[in-house]
Design a protein around this ligand. Structure first.
Ligand code: ADP
Ligand code: MG
Length: 319
């Protein structure tokens, strides 16, 4: 049924505990993905995007990472209380993740065929011939010829490797695909091709998706909804048209202003003044206040409320 919630993240807190400090990588995150939706999660480096995804996959490195508070519901089941066995099951056929660097997902000493067959045969009861048919079918959907089955990862270009990784993620027929900056490590020309594949898959297979990016343009191309993340939490959320047409949060406005415009003569970006906050020492009140043009004394003292319905933003002021 369309519209059912696949993933609900509620008040999630994920910290990295070191001897000297507590790094609040994810700090009160709320986010939902419903069936058939593709949600873009956008934010600067260090905002906590990858940590949030790792928490959903139950792969936060521990130590130093801990899920300190909150809930992660996969189709209503709280993954934080589920067993390690159940987590593996869900990673096998419920939620798949594509990482930024394709090499972290591929084993350099096995052919891609061996690796892909292993994925199918561990999670699905298929004979060898059937499994191979399935692998080749999905490889061809993402644009890798079946005759490359016996090649090793180093024989592929970066873009082709990422296609193999996408194949690996899709073989489990996940209900939710998490793609963490899937094209950042690739050449610009290849990025567009890989994005096109992801978009086509989303359309054809109807897989729900959480796409992490620091590029608003990519999100506009692929996603139906967008969540803007700052200092470990969501500061604005809505459908792509809502957020792109009437941007509310001063941070989101800053992100849009920093996109180079095609029509403008200068290629220069207008970056948001100041630096992202140190997650080991977050500002009081609104985490964005030190960089905000609209700040008032209240912003330094009090956490802002979430405003709006559907299209929401976290600010002391109606903007
Ligand atoms: N294994 C780790 N140990 C300690 N700190 C970490 C670890 N992984 C990430 N961090 C810190 O957590 C914060 C959020 O990082 P990350 O989730 O990778 O953000 P993003 O993906 O948005 O760039 C950063 O300050 C980062 O340095
Ligand atoms: Mg990241």
């Amino acid at each position: 049924m369309t519209g059912d919630k696949i993933l609900e993240i509620k008040n999630l807190h994920v910290y990295y505990l070191t001897e000297e400090e507590t790094i609040r990588a994810v700090n009160g995150l709320n986010l939902e993905v419903s069936e058939g939706e593709s949600v873009g999660l956008v934010g600067e480096t260090g905002a906590g995007k990858t940590t949030a995804c790792l928490a959903v996959m139950q792969l936060v490195p521990d130590p130093p990472g801990v899920i300190a508070d909150g809930e992660i519901l996969y189709k209503g089941e709280n993954l934080i209380y589920a067993s390690e066995k159940r987590h593996r099951e869900i990673r096998g056929n419920g939620i798949s993740m594509i990482f930024q660097d394709p090499m972290t997902a591929l084993n350099p000493v096995m052919t891609i065929g061996q690796q892909l067959m292993e994925v199918v045969q561990t999670h699905q009861k298929l004979g060898r011939a059937q499994a191979k048919d399935k692998v080749i079918k999905i490889l061809e959907i993402v644009g890798v010829k079946g005759d490359r089955f016996n090649d090793y990862p180093h024989q592929f270009s970066g873009g082709m490797k990422q296609r193999v990784v996408i194949t690996m993620a899709l073989l489990c027929q996940p209900e939710l695909l998490i793609a963490d900056e899937p094209t950042t490590a690739l050449d610009v020309t290849i990025q567009a091709q890989v994005l096109e594949i992801i978009r086509k898959l989303q359309k054809d297979l109807g897989t729900s998706m959480l796409l992490i990016s620091h590029d608003l343009g990519v999100v506009a191309e692929i996603c139906t909804k967008v969540a803007i993340m700052y200092a470990g939490e969501i500061v604005e959320f809505g459908t792509v048209p809502e957020v792109f047409r009437s941007t509310r949060h001063p941070y989101t406005r800053g992100l849009f202003e920093s996109i180079p415009r095609l029509e403008s003569k200068s290629e220069k970006l207008t970056p948001i003044d100041g630096l992202p906050p140190n997650p080991a020492d977050l500002p009081c009140g609104c985490a964005f206040h030190p960089r905000c043009r609209h700040r008032k004394p209240v912003c330094e003292r009090e956490e802002p409320p979430m405003r709006g319905e559907g299209h929401i933003y976290k600010c002391h002021f109606e903007l």
